[in-house]
Design a protein around this ligand. Sequence first.
Ligand code: SAM
Ligand code: SF4
Ligand code: SF4
Length: 336
Amino acid sequence: MNGIKDRLNRPLQDLRISVTDKCNFRCQYCMPADIFGPDFKFLPKTEILSFEEIERLASAFSKLGVTKLRITGGEPLLRKDVASLIGRLKKIPGIKDIGLTTNGVLLPKLAKDLVDAGLHRVNVSLDAIDDDIFKKINGRGVGSDVVLKGIEAALDAGLGVKVNMVVQKGVNESEVIPMARHFKNMGVTLRYIEFMDVGNSNGWDFSKVVTKKEMFAMLSDHFELEPVDPNYFGEVAKRYKHKHTETEVGFITSVSESFCSSCTRARISADGKFYTCLFASKGYDLRELVRTYKEEEPLINEISSIWNQRRDRYSDERTEESAKAKEKIEMSYIGG
Ligand code: SAM
Ligand code: SF4
Ligand code: SF4
């Protein structure tokens, strides 16, 4: 086993698997409704990887060192019978942790099945407690109570829960404190995500980013936070906890403090393309390979060769110009 891992010159620890590019929300920073409208062409079913194909790819990745999987989308809970995929992935030797990122709407219906299948944790996205702000952001008029019920359902089912909040200037920075208060009271980790220039449709520019430094300053007026050491190499969140509690607050600082040099994450889109960076323009087709070969070796060879050629450091080098000029894949397609 180690022999296979030795083929890589940079560590590869986690894999994000998108299982659909569709979503029941139209978050303005991810799938703006004017672009992702009724005429938008989502992937046809024939192009989407089957659960068996996903399982075979995840198995090949596990031989190269991947121990953590995250299921994402679009909205992954819209993929029919996604719990059975979790069950398959759970059985792959070497996979120690399976998480899923969701908007939470379908958790009351599915949380128990997901846990029974072997899911360990969910990250639930919620950008505001205030209904008017949240309804506007998600583009579908869904109130925060719907997502809060999903979070409750996940906790009741025994899942680990973190809440993700994308913060945009002039949109929801007024919610930084109310969200912190709410999730501190619940004992749930809240992670603030800097608004990123993923894709080419969300109108991003630097002026719309609220940096970790700015958020931390706001929080410091209301809470006492103390730093927490990283759990492992390549941990993405900068973590703190509320003093005298075990409740954490984290920041994903991919704009203001990039972390490309320790990036150990690979991504597969729902149609089987392998991306070595969230801001990539080009993916490598693994679907053709997985549909052609029954053996694992060709998959392992291709994945290791692509990973070894990887030179990605987009966030380290980001400028206002590069963010606008470069053709990039959309967040709803690759899953974050
Ligand atoms: N639909 C699921 C959800 O919203 O959790 C999973 C897919 S979504 C693309 C994954 C994560 O990406 C979510 O936490 C979402 O808030 C985040 N995200 C989407 N667009 C973003 C952007 N432009 N900047 C920062 N985070 C973004
Ligand atoms: Fe859908 Fe998630 Fe994107 Fe919102 S962030 S539009 S819930 S995929
Ligand atoms: Fe990894 Fe690309 Fe993000 Fe850098 S910009 S941390 S290489 S995904």
